[in-house]
Ligand binder design. Structure first.
Ligand code: UP5
Ligand code: MG
Length: 190
């Protein structure tokens, strides 16, 4: 880990389209690597991690996994991709104060460029989750409500923090996929 890794956080509510956009960016721009914190947690649980139980409980309650677990998984994924070679789109993290503090405590040699905030109406996000029809254990109306509460109470203040630091870039997540993508590319030019 000689050089600095460059990281862009991508935040927004459940179902806003974080994964869709980051995946598309990664596919069409080889400079970027997409890392979904939620996906890394789901994979860790499925592959028999010692933290599997706590991960499953948090996901099924719409609460946030202890930060050490998530930061460790993100670090491992970044090392596997080549620490300083790429720009990492870290999707769905940091979600709360614990995530934020532990990231900056544990991730030396990282430059956080800025945070992209995908802003969207809650009804649109609920519709998108419904339409996704996934097999995810948290994709049901009951857990969706809890995810929204966690997002409003714990993640919004982190988004506000990036804004106060002059490190927030907002996109209108209500628009169609291609229009959001266009806004994302405009931001990522910097
Ligand atoms: N879609 C996408 N964009 C669209 C658009 N512009 N117009 C119309 N439709 C659009 O998209 C959702 C659906 O909408 C798809 O069908 C897509 O085609 C369509 P997607 O890109 O999957 O949205 P995304 O924002 O990624 O939704 P996701 O459900 O993944 O968001 P969450 O933030 O809820 O889920 P995540 O996987 O990040 O986290 C799950 C849980 O893991 C959390 O609740 C928490 O318990 C835990 N977690 C942590 O504890 N810590 C972490 O750091 C991360 C996760
Ligand atoms: Mg996602």
């Amino acid at each position: 880990m000689d050089g600095k890794a460059r990281v862009i956080f991508v935040l927004g509510g459940p179902g806003v389209g974080k994964g869709t956009q980051c995946q598309k960016i990664q596919e069409q721009n080889e400079e970027f690597v997409h890392l979904s914190a939620g996906e890394l947690l789901r994979q860790a649980r499925e592959s028999g991690s010692e933290n599997g139980e706590v991960i499953m409980q948090c996901i099924n309650q719409g609460t946030i996994v202890p930060a050490e677990i998530t930061v460790d998984l993100l670090r491992q994924a970044m090392v596997a991709h080549g620490w300083e070679k790429k720009r990492f789109l870290v999707d769905g993290f940091p979600r709360n104060e614990d995530n934020y503090q532990k990231w900056y405590d544990m991730m030396e040699a990282v430059e956080v460029e800025y945070c992209v905030f995908m802003d969207c109406d809650v009804d649109a996000m609920a519709e998108r989750i419904k339409a996704r029809g996934s097999a995810r254990s948290d994709d049901n109306p009951e857990v969706f409500k809890k995810r929204i509460t966690t997002y409003n109470e714990q993640t919004k203040p982190i988004i506000d923090r990036f804004s106060d630091l002059g490190k927030l870039r907002r996109v209108d997540g209500n628009l169609d996929v291609d229009s959001v993508y266009e806004q994302m590319l405009n931001i990522l030019k910097d």
